[in-house]
Design a protein around this ligand. Structure first.
Ligand code: PGA
Length: 223
């Protein structure tokens, strides 16, 4: 099956994520390495999850004076070994390529599974600069061949902004020539449009369509 990674962003409370987890466990009926869910850190689930539980964010340190940040010791307490790095919503908050390189290096040292996001903006796409931008973002990945790389055109994120399939396909051809690991697509993916991409992707990074448990299980059924 294809990988299904669900980024819940800043949605769902602890109580709601507990309910989501219990229903997902009942659906999966046993451990599934192909499904990853990133809840908000405040809602991390301490019990068994049959999907892989991941962290949307972390600070590259085990602990210390980093006000408001989540460090490796806190992730370890929940058994979390999978992290998202480079999501455009964090890049937009000011995470630079240099800081992302530090997060990558730290995550590698911790033996985390890394899901690394890259993607161009609408202006960059319209200016014909997609490959230039993606190549610059890929520079951080030298020596990280087993990262799960997620291509997410920024303008396709939001739940109802379908991407241009031929463009995505051509980007995947380019990415396959540069990255030997798993390649995911993200940006308004839902159970109805997954098949447009399934011929050339290894899986999906999904936001909106996975927020409710019925949507999440539909995604897995179609994967
Ligand atoms: P979306 O989000 O599925 O709501 O477009 C995807 C993402 O941000 O990874």
């Amino acid at each position: 099956m294809k990988k299904i990674c669900i980024n819940l962003k800043s949605n769902l409370t602890r109580k709601q994520f507990e309910e989501y987890t219990l229903r997902f466990n009942a659906f999966l009926e046993g451990p599934c390495e192909d499904v990853v869910v990133f809840p908000p850190a405040q809602a991390f689930y301490a019990g068994n999850t049959d999907f892989i539980q991941g962290a949307q964010n972390f600070y590259p340190a085990t602990s210390g004076a980093f006000t408001g940040e989540i460090t490796a010791n806190q992730l370890e307490e929940f058994g979390i070994k999978t992290v998202l790095i480079g999501h455009c919503e964090r890049r937009a908050l000011g995470e630079s390529e240099e800081f992302l390189a530090r997060k990558l290096a730290f995550a590698k040292k911790q033996n985390y599974r890394i899901i690394y996001c890259i993607g161009e903006s609408l202006d960059e796409y319209n200016a014909g600069k997609s490959l230039e931008i993606l190549n610059a973002q890929l520079a951080n990945l030298e020596g990280f061949s087993d990262v799960w790389l997620a291509y997410e055109p920024v303008f396709a994120i939001g739940g109802n902004r379908p991407a241009n399939i031929p463009h995505v396909k051509s980007i995947f051809e380019h990415l396959r020539s540069k990255h030997k690991g798993i390649l995911l697509y993200g940006g308004s993916v839902n159970p109805s449009n997954m098949s447009d991409f399934s011929g050339f992707v290894d899986g999906f990074l999904v936001g909106s369509a996975g927020l409710c448990i019925d949507g999440a299980t539909q995604l897995v059924l179609k994967a």
